[in-house]
Design a protein around this ligand. Sequence first.
Ligand SMILES: [Zn+2]
Ligand SMILES: [Zn+2]
Length: 424
Amino acid sequence: MFRLISLVIISVWSFGVVRSAAILEGRPYHDEPYYPTDLDGANSSKYRELSAGLKWSKSLLTYNIINYPAVVPREVIGSTIRQAFDAWSAVTNLDFMEDADAGRVDIQVSFEGMNHYRRGVPCQFSQEITLAHAFFPEAGDIHFNTKYFFTDDTSIEQFLNTAVHEIGHSLGLLHSSSRDSIMYGAQLNNFLSKPQPEDIQAIQAIYGVRSETRPTTPTPPTTRPTSKTPKPRTTTKLCSLQSFDTIVIDHRGDICVLADRFYYNLNETNPPARKLSAKWPKLPPKVDAAVTYRDQKTYFFKGQQYWKYDRRQLEERYPRPTAVGFPGVPPNLDAMLLVKGGGFLAFKDQQYWFYDTRKAKPVEWYYPKSTRSEFAGFPERLDAALVTPEGRRFIFSGLRYWEIDDNSNVIGREGNVRRDWFNC
Ligand SMILES: [Zn+2]
Ligand SMILES: [Zn+2]
């Protein structure tokens, strides 16, 4: 998804001296860098996360202008930013409120140099020619490049245009290929000052048409109904397990079998059932699939979402939709298997998809393929798949398992999970 955002950068520009507004034509508002360090392309340790497709879960958003350029009166900046927020608020069900508590606002607006910080974490414009950049929901912060705001030749019209564009990103909009859209990826000379028909349609698809009455107070967050049925207190011994959800090697190299709300560490002798939440806080029961990538981050998939852990810590803003982090990979997976060159195989029913992290379009059009036609002797359905630290690849179905030859994709002899893995 994030690849949609990366800009087609205008070939070669000499930006040593910017003299007229005309030369600004075609300059990117922002570009979203793509760091392939993580399996899902997100690198949240640098706050580079791109959450396109996500939205704000509330309708009243607060903002604060953290700093001001010296050469323009503060009121001018304040009223222009206000005008930009109002332009969006006029067409969709969102309200924006300036809040003096800069640390707690939803959207921090600031003027920054090439290298700067966002809420204490290093942030930078990935190119000198970047006018501004913004974080997607629910991060939202907007940084204007001080190199361009405000020098002698930048106008309020240009600033307003940039602000409306960046707020569009803060609210979850991607770039448009249409030059008539405020979300066009580069600044044009006509300096649109508000969302255009296409943009209005896009924002209303996320937050709805502006309703007549505007809420005056923030709506309290709705609490989810909780299940009244008490959860069973008894745990199943490893050797009594009839089935399990998945197997994953954790960041320490321990092989963990996950079953419902519990996990068993196979590197212990007679491992007890331990609570999932004790090891991976906030991880739901009954996960579909899991994998630990080479950077030691562990990913769990369930339904339409995935959870990403840095050791035992759930990374910020997870879970995320699988469709956003791994475009082309279906929901409700059965198992995932890392492959040598990068990427993974995703299994579901009798089909599989190859997700190649090195490619701009990670899943080719000819997927899914049939497991049984590609792998001789493949079981009907998988529960789990695992690559050992030595690089051996295993697939699991119920209490049976098979090893796959890494080069030939030939499935080996069927083995007994209880005997060989559980040591029962
Ligand atoms: Zn943009
Ligand atoms: Zn920044």
